[in-house]
Design a protein around this ligand. Sequence first.
Ligand SMILES: [Zn+2]
Length: 312
Amino acid sequence: MNGFIIRNKCPTCMSKNIKEIHSVAYKDYPLKKYLLEYYQINEEDIRNYFRDARYTILYCDSCGLYFQKEIPPNRIIELLYEKWINPDFVYKNLVSKRAFSYYENLLAEIIYIIRFTKKQPNEIYLLDIGMGWGEWCLMAKALGCNVFGTELSKTRIQYAKKNGITILELGDIAKYKFDVINAEQVFEHLPYPLEYLTELSKSMNQDSILKINVPKDNKIRYKLKRMVNEPMKQSKYQIKFIAPLEHLNGFNYNSLVTMGKLAGLSPIKFYKNQVAIIQKPFYLSFAKAIGKSMIRKVLSILRKDTYIAFSR
Ligand SMILES: [Zn+2]
């Protein structure tokens, strides 16, 4: 046995109304080629850790979630984030090379959030789940907010601590109440997203907000069929939406709303990105011409992610 954990029901709505749409062994082509090209992993690792494991995609007929049936155990997750995806490499090649527009967008979102809470920045408590290198927290801290973060990677935790971010263990979150909880590109990674969201909701007050942003892909079935020929990262058929080992859940808007309801949360109007984009001069004149509600609809179709905010 290689210790992969089996999920036999939908992890967001608990339905057993699920069907298999794709399945291939990790040790066979094209998954083996995918692992070797994507990660700093070798053939021996694949033999040792992926013996009988399969990349199997299930679809929930009740809420529309795509999800991986077999999920990697903790020892493989640790190897993945500390060795096969080398943190130093990520920092050097991605984090340190972020474009100015990346920080501009972070700042626009945080300013929107601060205004939305109608509180003084120093009264606002924010939690960033899976904060990575802590850029969101640092931006909010610069504006005077109280920032907390969680992160699994030891390298990233050390980096965030050096920058003055308070790190919370998962078990300690429930001891606090937060005005804002940020889950940017997190829920697609979680083995049990509904349980996790239910825990987080306990740290929310009546007027707290919780934001979730996850990848989106309307062509995933087509891509999975094409994967046999072209599974690789540069391909237009890349399967980032439910990437093997990493993106265990592939959400749509409905699956997020359904999960929120089961956790006692309701979606709220929260147009962060649309507002940020509309504020730019070109889009502003465009928006005036066709109307803001129309441009929001167009932008939500064009978006490469699914963005939602909840309150209790
Ligand atoms: Zn479901």
